[in-house]
Design a protein around this ligand. Structure first.
Ligand code: ZN
Length: 155
């Protein structure tokens, strides 16, 4: 009788470890990866995260060889309607500011600008996003968003 009781308890513990408990499930980090190259291209045109993510981590890898001053890439997330004004303000801000106007509140998330062979990432709260809103990710290096942009979907 008592040996069966302990076996049952062990099963409950194993199930909890396997599926997690509600407190742990409330914090869900969703990771996405994207790469940019020396041809001014991202390897993705669309990115999406589920609505139950609480934090989103985006890792950007520059698979090329050119330095940041010549072919720098970053990953910037904005509402689609903010793309052009943010990109235009950022182009004037220079590489020292990662081609983003300092303090630009329209920027939801952004990595730094990197050069060939480098990797960077940014983590941000999913609470900054709304379901149904159209978002665009892009590279803010001047001129790059002609090619380097895509849609970002939440939910
Ligand atoms: Zn770029």
């Amino acid at each position: 009788m008592s040996s069966k009781h302990y076996w049952m308890a062990g099963t409950v513990i194993a199930a909890a470890a396997l599926f997690g408990n509600p407190a742990a499930a409330a914090d869900k980090v969703c990771s996405l990866a994207i790469a940019g190259n020396d041809l001014m291209q991202f390897d993705k045109k669309e990115m999406a995260v589920a609505a139950d993510c609480t934090e989103i981590q985006v890792t950007l890898t520059h698979t090329g060889k050119l330095p940041a001053a010549a072919m720098g890439h970053d990953w910037v997330l904005v509402k689609t309607e903010d793309l052009n004004p943010v990109a235009n303000a950022g182009a004037a801000a220079g590489l020292a500011n990662n081609y983003l106007q300092p303090g630009d509140k329209r920027v939801i998330a952004a990595t730094k600008v990197i050069g060939g062979g480098q990797t960077t990432s940014v983590t941000f709260a999913a609470s900054l996003l709304k379901k149904g809103q159209a978002y665009t990710f892009f590279c803010s290096f001047p001129g790059h968003n002609a090619l380097m942009k895509g849609t970002f979907t939440f939910g």
